[in-house]
Design a protein around this ligand. Structure first.
Ligand code: PLP
Length: 448
């Protein structure tokens, strides 16, 4: 037996029979496995290595300085460290929330858990303890810890772990390509947003705490908001006294062509969840940013506290790395680059849409696109679950890797090919990614 089948590591979301790779080196937009194979990373690992793999010596220098000065102290019970204070200030400067406060955690799921708890305690402090439910969208992914899982929109992810935290409500996505309400109409009618209102009315607004949405929803394939969507959601939240949580774990830090999905689409959130790009994954870190109206009841009385904490939340090493990462973002104008060059990646995806019989739709923004794959473009006929499984697991994924591109073929909604390259990628990398996708789709089409 090889080391790959006998090692002691329990990999995440890895089927017992799945192939295994060990990645031991990276540079720029490329990763290498231990067999010496090189891959173009068209997914920024997991939508997170936004600055690419460098090397960026300033990050290692910042990490070393911090470890030498203060390897750890806590953000609990009145304490803070200079990097956590400085990073909270930097985040406040970047987010579209005036005078917000940032609560640091260890990653995206913990950010969602914390947002759920902030929302519940917020309503209790305001004398509305019956508000405990959360509206999210079908297929949406918000993490795997039990609370975050409870608000996930994918039944397949939830099934093994039920019963979950009660109160998870699911609204439809703004999924123009297959929208049951308006895909046959010239423009989106925003009925998908109105459904949130209907769900809240039906449940009783006095039982609902918040609506949690990604600006661009990853799962089901880069579902982008139609014009007016978030304005309508904001109105619904205001009408019913609900908090609006923008889950920016993927969209934040340049991914969708602006600092955040909220800035890109003019969303006015009460809470924002951040992770991934905040450190470009050079260290684990997540955060929840709260707007002044949310913070107010927590700070109104000297004895009140948000009764929640995580030992490593705001770890000084992770915060120092985040600060160095954000300096690189600014110096290299990576957000501007995502804005400027994103359309070039989209143009290549659109060309594939125009030319390839298997590509039914292209969605996304910035450096984040999904191409929905179909059996028949005219009828939008899609693959059966068995066909999808076979296509993705036994053909598309391994074949793209063989051709030197690490990308994702997603099956959490309809079958999608996904690109989310590091923001340092450019036309040369776009050509390679889309070229390899074209080749694997040509071969897959022949198989079909
Ligand atoms: N929210 C969104 C939108 C995500 O995509 C993810 C992870 O991919 C999470 C939350 C959970 O983040 P983490 O895996 O860091 O716990």
């Amino acid at each position: 037996m090889t080391a790959a089948t006998t090692d002691h590591l329990w990999r995440h979301f890895t089927a017992a029979g799945a192939s295994r790779l060990v990645i031991d080196r990276a540079e720029g937009c490329h990763i290498w496995d231990t067999e010496g194979n090189r891959y173009l990373d068209a997914l920024s690992a997991l939508y997170c290595v936004n600055i690419g793999y460098g090397p960026w010596p300033e990050i290692s220098e910042a990490a070393k300085r911090q470890l030498d000065q203060l390897p750890f102290f806590t953000n609990w019970v009145g304490f803070a460290t200079p990097p956590s204070l400085e990073l909270a200030e930097k985040v406040a400067e970047l987010v579209p929330i005036d005078v917000g406060r940032t609560f640091f955690v260890g990653g995206g799921s913990e950010a969602i858990e914390s947002a759920l708890k902030i929302a519940r305690q917020y309503h209790r402090l305001r004398g509305e303890p019956t508000r405990y439910k959360f509206v999210t969208r079908r297929s949406a992914y918000h993490g795997t810890t039990l609370g975050a899982l409870s608000v996930n929109g994918s039944p397949a992810l939830r099934a093994q772990f039920e019963p979950l935290v009660p109160g998870g409500l699911r609204a439809p996505m703004p999924y123009r390509y297959r929208c049951p309400y308006c895909s046959d109409k010239p423009e989106c009618t925003l009925r998908c947003a109105d459904e949130i209102d209907a769900i809240v009315e039906n449940e009783g607004p006095e039982t609902v705490a918040a609506v949690i949405l990604e600006p661009v929803q990853n799962s089901a394939g880069s579902i982008t908001p139609p014009p007016g969507y978030f304005e309508r959601v904001r109105e619904i939240c205001d009408a019913h006294g609900l908090l609006l949580v923008a889950d920016e774990v993927i969209c934040g830090f340049g991914r969708v062509g602006d600092w955040f999905g909220c800035t890109r689409y003019g969303i006015e959130p009460d809470l924002m969840t951040l992770a991934k790009g905040i450190t470009s994954a050079y260290a684990p870190l997540g955060a929840v940013v709260a707007a002044p109206q949310v913070i107010e009841p927590f700070f109104a009385e000297a004895k009140t506290a948000f009764t929640h904490g995580i030992t490593f939340g705001g770890h000084p090493l992770a915060c120092a790395i985040a600060l160095a990462n954000l300096e690189i973002f600014e110096r290299e104008d990576l957000v501007g680059r995502s804005q400027r060059l994103g359309p070039e990646l989209k143009a290549r995806c659109d060309q594939l849409l125009a030319e390839h019989p298997m590509v039914g739709d292209v969605r996304g923004d910035g450096y984040f696109y999904s191409l929905e794959l179909v059996k028949d473009k005219e009828t939008k006929e899609t693959f059966t679950p068995a066909e999808r499984d076979d296509l993705i697991k036994t053909f598309l994924t391994p074949r793209a890797r063989e051709l030197g591109v690490y990308m994702r073929f997603d099956d959490r909604g309809e079958t999608c090919a996904q690109f989310a390259p590091p923001l340092v990628a450019g036309p040369e990398e776009f050509d390679e990614m889309v070229g390899v996708l074209r080749q694997v789709l040509d071969e897959a089409w022949e198989r079909i």
